[in-house]
Unconditional design. Structure first.
Length: 574
């Protein structure tokens, strides 16, 4: 009996202990599980993956980009309160990339800025002269045989046979015999020879001998260095025709090309210091005597001219020279300047990265307009204000972060915008031109297919066909903007036809597409619908667009390895 009670008591105690342990452990386990579950959920929400070249691709798991095949990387979550084109970088990423910023301010430019120009020596066209023939005849002998030969005034340069002079000499001999009775007749005949630039001594010899000279010597009435010979022995010449040209090289021109952005630095009368590799230990000075009023549209430069003394004969026409001009802006010229390292270029656009709030690691891209470069700095014409903070080192790393976040960056900024700006200002075509431009679409699509195949011969043939289609467009009735676009397209088609390689053809295809997209954007009743597509890696990573009837990407700028690189940025037609 006592043993039974003891067993019951022991069993009860064990049961109570197990119950306490089990229930207590269960509660704790539920609490831990809840905490772990909460943390895991938060982690999953934070980890997204994207493609650095195609930020529109976002996945919840790592893998490959479906467009270009690159590995997906983690996408940082965006901070709240950011503007559309702003993005953040972690402090750790900024430190690792060596990103440095600078608060810009008003800088009073002092000291001396030096600008270097490249140029060449040219003949002074104001010191050139032509030796012409003064009567008809045939050149029997010519003393001037090579360019660069020096000629002095009065030097015998040629011998000419002239039937015209033979008859004139006979007339002179007859008039000389009647000189005493017919002095006016004699003077008239004699003056005729003076007009033909015949030496008086030779005429005296003819009168005294009474014999006709069949080969007349010609004497130079100009001096200088021969720069052009217009005739050869045995040639027939006519009165007034040039025999040769000379130039006086005692003074020469030094001509330099000045870019548009440099023009305001130069004025007539400004002193330039000129150097040449031929005389490395010497420098020469000269004043600007002329600034060409017409800009060369091919090189976007203006020619400035300096007259140099060349009595020593040091400078030779065609010789390369360089010039330095030192400009002192003075202390009253207050301007904004930034380090050159802060600027990135994409085509003609200049970009910088601005840090709007000094207390936050937030950045945004800004387009600026640059002035002159002085040393390692650029002056700012527009786009920045005093007190703004900009990135001066690590700009490309910051740009990569913008690209990764799908923000405006050097690689994807502005191209789509430029192509789509005209949507609000559509150009109206005449009915005939509307039809003619619509008819070019078929030829354009065939050209694109040829580029997809990377077949230079077919590309050239398709470009020829497309050019024929554009030749049917009436340029005279096109609006000015569309006219320039069609002219540009035709020019690019000619370049594609003449290019020897597929790479050269694709370079011109980039510009053709930009203008083609603008034309298509203004067409009505476009059938079939066209998709404006863009690859950010084409055109040396500056990006390029093309048109396609399919929403699926088939890239004409690359071979099979990057065939699907690109994205749709707009749609034309319905």
């Amino acid at each position: 009996m006592n043993k039974s009670i003891l067993y019951i008591l022991i069993a009860g105690a064990v049961g109570l202990g197990l119950g306490y342990f089990l229930f207590t452990n269960s509660d704790n386990q539920e609490s831990i599980s809840a905490e772990v579950g909460h943390e895991h959920t938060g982690s999953d929400a934070a980890e997204l993956y994207t493609c650095s070249m195609h930020p529109q691709i976002i996945r919840e798991e790592p893998g490959d980009c479906p467009i270009c095949g690159m590995d997906l990387v983690k996408k940082e979550t965006e901070s709240s309160g950011l503007k559309a084109n702003q993005f953040t970088m972690t402090k750790n990423a900024i430190a690792l990339a060596g990103v440095q910023t600078l608060i810009i301010g008003s800088k009073t430019t002092t000291g001396t800025n030096t600008t270097t120009l490249s140029g060449r020596i040219a003949i002074n066209e104001n010191a050139t002269a032509t030796q012409p023939a003064h009567f008809n005849g045939r050149i029997e002998s010519l003393a001037i045989r090579s360019l660069g030969q020096e000629v002095s005034k009065g030097q015998r340069i040629a011998t000419i046979y002239s039937p015209e002079l033979v008859a004139a000499q006979q007339e002179l001999i007859t008039a000389a015999k009647m000189k005493a009775t017919q002095p006016k007749l004699y003077s008239a005949v004699r003056s005729k020879f003076n007009n033909l630039k015949i030496h008086g001594q030779l005429l005296d010899q003819i009168e005294q001998s009474g014999e006709v000279v069949t080969r007349f010597p010609i004497y130079s009435h100009v001096s200088g260095v021969v720069t052009e010979i217009a005739v050869n022995e045995g040639d027939h010449i006519m009165d007034g025709k040039a025999i040769f040209k000379v130039s006086n090289l005692a003074t020469i021109w030094a001509e330099f090309d000045v870019y548009e952005r440099q023009i305001d630095q130069f004025k007539e009368g400004m002193l330039l210091s000129i150097e040449t590799n031929a005389y490395p230990n010497r420098s020469f000075e000269g004043e600007i005597s002329f600034i060409d009023p017409i800009l060369n549209t091919q090189t976007r430069t203006v020619t400035i001219r300096v007259i140099l003394n060349n009595k020593e004969g040091l400078f030779k026409p065609g010789m390369f020279v360089s010039a330095r001009v030192d400009s002192s802006p003075g202390t009253s010229n207050s301007e904004l300047s930034i380090p050159a390292s802060a600027v990135m270029w994409t085509g003609e656009r200049s970009l910088v990265y601005v840090k709007p709030n000094p207390k936050e690691t937030v950045f945004e891209m800004r387009e600026v307009r640059l002035g002159q470069k002085a040393g390692g700095n650029y002056t700012i014409v527009s786009g920045l204000s005093v007190g703004e903070e900009i990135v001066i080192n690590g700009t490309f790393t910051v740009d990569a972060a913008a690209q990764l976040g799908g923000k405006k960056s050097m690689m994807n900024s502005g191209i789509e915008d430029e192509q789509l700006k005209s949507k609000d200002n559509k150009v109206v075509f005449s009915e005939a031109n509307e039809a003619a431009l619509n008819n070019t679409i078929t030829g354009y699509l065939k050209l694109t297919e040829a580029f997809v195949e990377s077949n230079p011969k077919r590309v050239s043939e398709s470009a020829t066909d497309l050019k024929s289609s554009f030749n049917k467009v009436n340029l005279e009735t096109l609006p000015n903007s569309a006219k320039m676009q069609v002219i540009k397209i035709t020019k690019m088609l000619n370049a594609i036809i003449n290019a020897k390689t597929i790479a050269g053809q694709r370079e011109n295809f980039v510009i053709l597409n930009e203008n083609m997209a603008a034309i298509v954007n203004n067409l009505n009743n476009l059938k079939p619908a066209l998709y404006l597509q863009r690859c950010p890696m084409a055109n040396n990573s500056e990006g390029a667009v093309w048109l396609s009837t399919s929403e699926k990407i088939i890239n004409p700028y690359y071979t099979d390895t990057m065939r699907n690189c690109g994205s749709v940025i707009s749609k034309f037609g319905t």
